[in-house]
Design a protein around this ligand. Structure first.
Ligand code: NAG
Ligand code: NAG
Ligand code: NAG
Ligand code: NAG
Ligand code: NAG
Ligand code: NAG
Ligand code: NAG
Length: 438
């Protein structure tokens, strides 16, 4: 009953939020799902026991030997009840998934929309395990059955792709967003080892989840993550150097702790005010029973000075957690911007468009390309909210203070553009609604 109404509300929101971009539906590029037929032999199943899947669009011309693998996101499940609910949806079963996926942004096949990767082989890995492709376990009590086989799904998809040309890859990029962005941290070095002759790099979008206490000082995200790791048998698949070094080895599920041990060149793309981290982990509804954050969550311009100070503290903690990487990693790249966004690489409007987010006048696509092909400096950190006027989200330009210090790397100023409405936000609000509902 409750699930039904959640689904109904979510789908109405999808329709509403979709309105502006469905206009362009004739330009949307859809790719059909491929089921992984050999998965059962490897013990790889979605939560409900269905076959795992991916979507592949072949590369061409001089991209024919290069590969992007992109992990889809979609939250997590850390208790039996949640996982049973999920198993009945497209987040836990390929039986319930849309059989076509949109390839846009970093997955687009159009050179003018995706200049560096458009002709690569592009693969979208469907997410149906609920633990960032990293669990290995099972729940069975006679009446209910759940597979926690994210790690096996990852391996089964790789084994399926190797003979299709992945084994001869010259260049490869492992990427993903949200729970899929977290998966790139967990699988990056393993992917490199599987492609010993390729030049391999990894990119996490909206996956840099901080082990941060919520506004009521509870360890909300830590306890959620510990539940996921325990329930789904993730710990054995975490980086062993990391787990050996920690008093609480489960915490190696946090990118913040795992990143130190990753040797493959890595790119961290994240908003410093990532809306999922903000809404679900920094200010979960349990920490805001009086609803004081309601307006601020809906529109950052409505936040009080105290609330802005808390958000700036969150941004500082994110930069602090990345500090060693910014300083020491020669092969690393970053794009930490200040838009209230979540997942910016697979949506055309944030990846590469006339009015997409920029730092120092460079889009995300350009910065990632510069990093991947070592064309130049690619460690971009935006100035703090509200000075970035490139976001589609926020603050009309007349309210934005003098922006002389925008773009903290170097001294060039950003171009000013009025972000009149809230496209990224409205596009993702339905996903958020699904993620944020209990
Ligand atoms: C590529 O994208 C551009 C810009 O949106 C568009 O004008 C062009 O028609 C697209 N090309 C193809 C082959 O779809
Ligand atoms: C199995 O687990 C489910 C979910 O926790 C529960 O509803 C069901 O009663 C359990 N069955 C048995 C036989 O314990
Ligand atoms: C990747 O990880 C899996 C699971 O831990 C392991 O079985 C496999 O050997 C690893 N591959 C490489 C090349 O290290
Ligand atoms: C990598 O290249 C070497 C030398 O060309 C070759 O012998 C080896 O089989 C290749 N390995 C893979 C996994 O393709
Ligand atoms: C936060 O922590 C306090 C003290 O441990 C506890 O009483 C309270 O229930 C917690 N709140 C939530 C929402 O977990
Ligand atoms: C920003 O980049 C665009 C092209 O992407 C260029 O047309 C414009 O002149 C640049 N603006 C500045 C201030 O450099
Ligand atoms: C930025 O400006 C400051 C003060 O004007 C100057 O000292 C510094 O060298 C400049 N940095 C760069 C990278 O141009």
């Amino acid at each position: 009953m409750k699930l039904m109404s959640i689904a109904a509300v979510a789908s109405i929101l999808v329709l509403l939020a979709c309105a502006p971009w469905c206009v362009y539906s004739q330009e949307r590029f859809l790719v059909r799902m491929t089921l992984v037929r050999n998965a059962p032999a490897l013990g790889a199943f979605c939560l409900d026991g269905s076959l795992p899947a991916y979507h592949l669009h072949r590369g061409f011309d001089n991209g024919a030997n290069n590969w992007i693998l992109y992990f889809e996101g979609g939250g997590w499940c850390g208790d039996i009840k949640q996982c049973l609910g999920r198993a009945k949806t497209g987040l836990g079963s390929t039986n319930h998934m849309n059989k076509w996926a949109i390839f846009s942004g970093i997955l687009s096949n159009n050179a003018s929309l995706n200049p560096d990767f458009y002709n690569w082989n592009r693969v979208r890995l469907r997410y149906c395990d609920g633990a960032s492709f990293a669990g290995d376990g099972k729940f069975a009590n006679g009446t209910s059955l759940l597979y926690f086989r994210g790690q096996k799904i990852w391996e089964a998809i790789i084994l399926d792709l190797l003979p299709q040309g992945l084994a001869n890859a010259h260049m490869a990029l492992l990427a993903g967003c949200s729970a899929g962005g977290l998966a790139t941290f967990l699988h990056c070095d393993n992917f490199t080892r599987m492609l010993p002759n390729a030049s391999v790099k990894c990119l996490s979008d909206a996956g840099f989840l901080l082990d941060e206490r919520d506004v009521s000082l509870n360890h909300t995200i830590r306890s959620i993550f510990e539940d996921i790791v325990s329930l789904q048998g993730v710990e054995q698949n975490l980086d062993h150097k990391c787990t050996k070094s920690m008093n609480h080895p489960k915490l190696c599920f946090f990118p913040h702790y795992a990143l130190k041990y990753i040797t493959t060149p890595f790119f961290v793309l994240n908003s410093a005010y990532d809306v999922v981290q903000f809404h679900r982990f920094l200010v979960p509804s349990s920490a805001d029973v009086e609803g004081k954050w309601k307006n601020c969550k809906h529109d950052p311009a409505a936040c009080s000075a105290d609330q802005i100070a808390i958000l700036q503290g969150f941004r500082r903690d994110m930069l602090e957690a990345l500090n060693f990487f910014l300083k020491d990693s020669k092969s690393g790249g970053t794009f930490i911007n200040s838009c209230f966004a979540h997942c910016q690489s697979d949506a055309q409007e944030s990846w590469f468009a006339v009015d997409s987010p920029r730092i120092r006048n460079k889009t995300i696509a350009e910065t990632v390309g510069d990093w991947y092909f070592t064309r130049g400096e690619a460690k971009e950190i935006d100035c703090e909210y509200p000075c970035d006027t490139n976001c589609h989200t926020l603050t009309p330009v007349h309210q934005v203070p003098d922006c002389a210090k925008c773009g903290s790397v170097g001294n060039k100023t950003l171009t000013s553009k009025a972000g009149s409405h809230d496209r990224i936000w409205s596009k993702y609000s339905p996903i958020l609604v699904v993620l944020l509902l209990p």
